[in-house]
Design a protein around this ligand. Structure first.
Ligand SMILES: C[S@@+](CC[C@H](N)C(=O)[O-])C[C@H]1O[C@@H](n2cnc3c(N)ncnc32)[C@H](O)[C@@H]1O
Length: 214
């Protein structure tokens, strides 16, 4: 197992969390469900980063790869007008069921479509050079493959936002043993060497890569 280290000092994390205004009832319920089930959601600090990027970008469509039970999509939906359509995807039918129930309660069902299946296939349905905002949070082993597809689908100026790019510090290993760590290291290297992107990594929670397509 590759060794982990904290990305953000736990006291700084605690401080930043304490600054956040109280989330609405559905978000708090989702957070407590994730805690109970040990389901890896992006959490409120990264949720606000997504929301802020969506507020700035004002996309007409958002494509989410790895939607889980809808927590990150909920943040994106709250940050954008009802004319913004959100296309979720996840390989697990149970996540779809759970997400649909939350979206229905929040009155978001009409603007959110949820595809059950492999995100690597799902993204193919979109035209090249057409997307303004992609959130990537699928299995880490698939990051290099999804990057190759995402870069084609984004329009110039479009954003690819990716969670977990610091992978609990496992990216520090020179020769990581785990495939997930290896894949994230490849992904990050491409982000910063590709002429197609202007990239930064925000060390929020587990590391968020923000890439603008050039
Ligand atoms: C970290 S969770 C997503 C959490 C979600 N973004 C949130 O913050 O609320 C990753 C999800 O991606 C899904 N997943 C992983 N690899 C996938 C793939 N290749 N295609 C579709 N879904 C995938 C898993 O089923 C899991 O629900």
């Amino acid at each position: 197992m590759d060794k982990k280290i904290p990305i953000v000092h736990p006291l700084i994390d605690e401080y930043m969390l304490a600054l956040l205004p109280k989330r609405d009832g559905i978000l708090r319920e989702m957070e407590s469900y994730a805690r109970r089930k040990k389901f890896p959601i992006i959490g409120p600090l990264a949720g606000r980063v997504l929301a802020q990027l969506a507020m700035i970008q004002k996309p007409k469509r958002i494509v989410e790869l790895g939607s889980g039970f809808g927590y990150s999509a909920y943040w994106l939906a709250k940050a954008t007008p009802s004319t913004t359509k959100i296309f979720c995807s996840d390989g697990d039918e149970n996540n779809y069921q759970k997400a649909s129930a939350y979206f229905k309660r929040a009155g978001m069902s009409r603007r959110i479509k949820y595809f059950v299946g492999d995100a690597l296939d799902f993204i193919d349905q979109f035209e090249d050079d057409s997307l303004e905002f992609i959130l990537n949070d699928i299995d880490k082993e698939d990051y290099p493959a999804i990057l190759a597809k995402a870069v084609r689908k984004l329009k110039k100026g479009g954003l690819l936002v990716t969670d977990n790019v610091l992978w609990s510090g496992r990216v520090l290993h020179r020769h990581p043993a785990e495939r997930s760590s290896q894949a994230i290291k490849v992904f990050n290297r491409v982000l910063f060497t590709s002429k197609s992107f202007f990239s930064t990594i925000l060390p929020v929670r587990d590391g968020i890569a923000v890439c603008v397509k050039r």
